[in-house]
Design a protein around this ligand. Structure first.
Ligand code: TEU
Length: 540
């Protein structure tokens, strides 16, 4: 389905009203006049220099009191995202789905789940984000569909007569496909029987998520049409779910050569019609950088998530060791990286335990984590609520990952905490939700939210931080020092993972400490488990 231009005009009227009321809400938020936006924030090709924010519409904000977040609720909170300095959002799947995997089991790729609203609501959300200069990325789950997708339903009903018979991976016997992967995702079995057809179908995830047959060109064509559909609606980019697993052949399952080839097709489909600008899109690929880098090229994916980096930072924060592994990983990841591509670095995501829980609620480590994330090269992706220090939740509806998906507490008042007017949210709030409420943290100058916000604005405001070259300076014990250098400025970052103060005396310079706003000269002390960001003023 394509939206007729006249229908698009129709969306504009409610949008005007919304925009006026959002402007009012924005005016009520404290402003940070000393911080500036990155140059060229209005240009879609500058996605590389923005801070992104992943969110689940279902638990972000509920506008109608049914306990389930929705698109209207999301729209009402766009000013807060802008106020945090966010330049792009990635929405977890918003499509119709039986929700056996929280939406990663799609039953219709070109519609909106009725719990969240409809396509008109979505178009309004997109235009409102755009009015605030924020890009919108959608989650594309192409490896598999839901069993309720019409293609699979047609296969079940019509068997070999179905025009979609070849859309799935079928076999008279379970095969050993993907045995090269260490464990089967979601419980072991990868083949399930369709008794009426005496055929097994392949699924890398749950039986409710049959894998699509990428060897069939019609499947690939259909997927590219889905991309075109959302681009027509004004979407700016995508996050591709388990992108490495599209083709499987025998035991080979991740990054098959044909999967890499399909990445180029995706790239062309997404980048066409944009002139010299390139749209951003990011792949979820778990693996070692040496393998994953096959996907990270200008012709394939311009961004790929860097999970090993995420785990390395955690292990350094939780252990007492040297910063050497981080240095080595950065060398391995950045050396020879083609021009114009970026690692996507993350604070967490909807699959991982909460950052604050992983760091045992240690506020100093949380701050240090964000200090690293927002000064390293790469495109940062924050998972909603990490900026509040939200811990794991307490309720599981589908699986353990629900613990990091608890509703966002906007206000400190129970029972709805500003998330819902109703009394029964889709998942329970985290314990002591009032402590972490957005509004409470916003008003507290010492809160994590304000700290993260400050770092984001620093990153946004300094070309060296958001687009500068990465130059390693020193690794010694728990200390790692590096420089971010752009044409107009040089910023040095010092990170101390150890519980002892660290001394940096390698070079003489005078700089402005961007957090304390004090002028300092080297040699320089870095407190235990902390970091400093210094703009170089002069070298001796
Ligand atoms: O996750 C892919 C994936 O490999 C996960 O199994 C991941 O390793 C695990 O969740 C870690 O706890 C993607 C989505 O992010 C996830 O939410 C989906 O369930 C999965 O694909 C299937 O679509």
């Amino acid at each position: 389905m394509r939206v007729h231009p006249s229908t698009q005009l129709f969306f504009l009227f409610p949008l005007l009203f919304t925009f006026c009321s959002l402007k009012k809400r924005e005016a009520s938020l404290p402003s940070l006049p000393t911080f500036v936006s990155p140059p060229g924030i209005g240009d879609a090709s500058d996605y590389r220099y923005r801070v992104f924010y992943e969110l689940w519409v279902r638990t972000f904000a509920d506008s109608d009191g049914d306990g389930i977040g929705d698109l209207k609720g999301l729209k009402q909170h766009i000013p807060e995202l802008k106020n945090l300095g966010i330049g792009g959002v990635w929405l977890m799947p918003i499509y119709p789905s039986p929700l056996k995997d929280s939406g990663y089991d799609v039953s219709d790729y070109t519609a909106i789940h009725p719990d969240y609203g409809n396509l008109a609501d979505f178009a309004e959300v997109v235009s409102t984000f755009h009015a605030y200069g924020i890009l919108v990325y959608l989650d594309m789950v192409f490896n598999h569909t839901s069993v309720f997708h019409p293609w699979f339903q047609s296969l079940l009903k019509e068997g070999r007569e179905s025009p979609y018979f070849d859309f799935y991976v079928l076999s008279p016997h379970p095969l050993t496909s993907c045995s090269s992967l260490p464990v089967a995702s979601f419980g072991g079995r990868r083949w399930s029987l369709i008794p009426e057809l005496s055929l097994y179908y392949f699924h890398q995830f749950q039986p409710a998520q049959p894998d699509l047959n990428f060897w069939n060109p019609r499947v690939r064509e259909e997927l590219l049409k889905i991309i075109a559909f959302w681009l027509d609606l004004g979407v700016d980019g995508f996050r591709f779910d388990v992108a490495d697993r599209y083709y499987e052949e025998g035991s080979r399952c991740s990054l098959h050569p044909l999967t890499l080839e399909f990445f180029s097709d995706l790239n062309q489909a997404i980048s066409q019609d944009t002139g010299s600008k390139r749209r951003g899109f990011v792949a979820e690929i778990w693996g070692l950088p040496s393998e994953v880098r096959k996907a990270l090229t200008p012709e394939r994916f311009p961004m790929v998530f860097h999970f090993p980096l995420y785990f390395t930072i955690h292990s350094l924060l939780l252990g007492e060791g040297s910063a050497e592994p981080l240095h080595e990983l950065l060398e391995l990841s950045l050396t020879g990286l083609p021009e114009g591509v970026d690692w996507a670095v993350l604070s967490g995501n909807h699959d991982l335990p909460r950052l604050a829980t992983l760091l045992n609620g240690d506020s100093q480590k949380l701050r240090l984590f964000f200090g690293i994330l927002l000064t390293l090269p790469g495109v940062p992706f924050l998972w909603m609520g990490d900026e509040l220090g939200l811990p794991n939740g307490i309720e599981v509806k589908i699986d353990g990952r629900d613990l990091s998906r608890a509703p966002y507490p906007w206000d400190p008042e129970p029972p709805g905490y500003g998330f819902t007017q109703g009394s029964a949210p889709y998942l329970s709030f985290v314990p002591e939700a009032h402590r972490y409420a957005y509004r409470v943290e916003l008003e507290d100058p010492t809160s994590l939210l304000n700290f993260v916000r400050r770092l984001i604005f620093l990153r946004n405001g300094h070309t060296a931080l958001h687009r500068g070259e990465y130059i390693p300076l020193e690794v010694r014990g728990g200390l790692i020092a590096f420089e971010r250098r752009s044409d107009d400025e040089s910023i040095k970052v010092f990170i101390n993972f150890s519980s002892e103060p660290a001394l940096y005396e390698k070079e003489r310079f005078t700089g402005l400490d961007l957090l304390s706003e004090e002028q300092v000269s080297s040699p320089l002390w870095i407190e235990p488990l902390s970091f400093r960001i210094l703009k170089v003023l002069s070298k001796d």
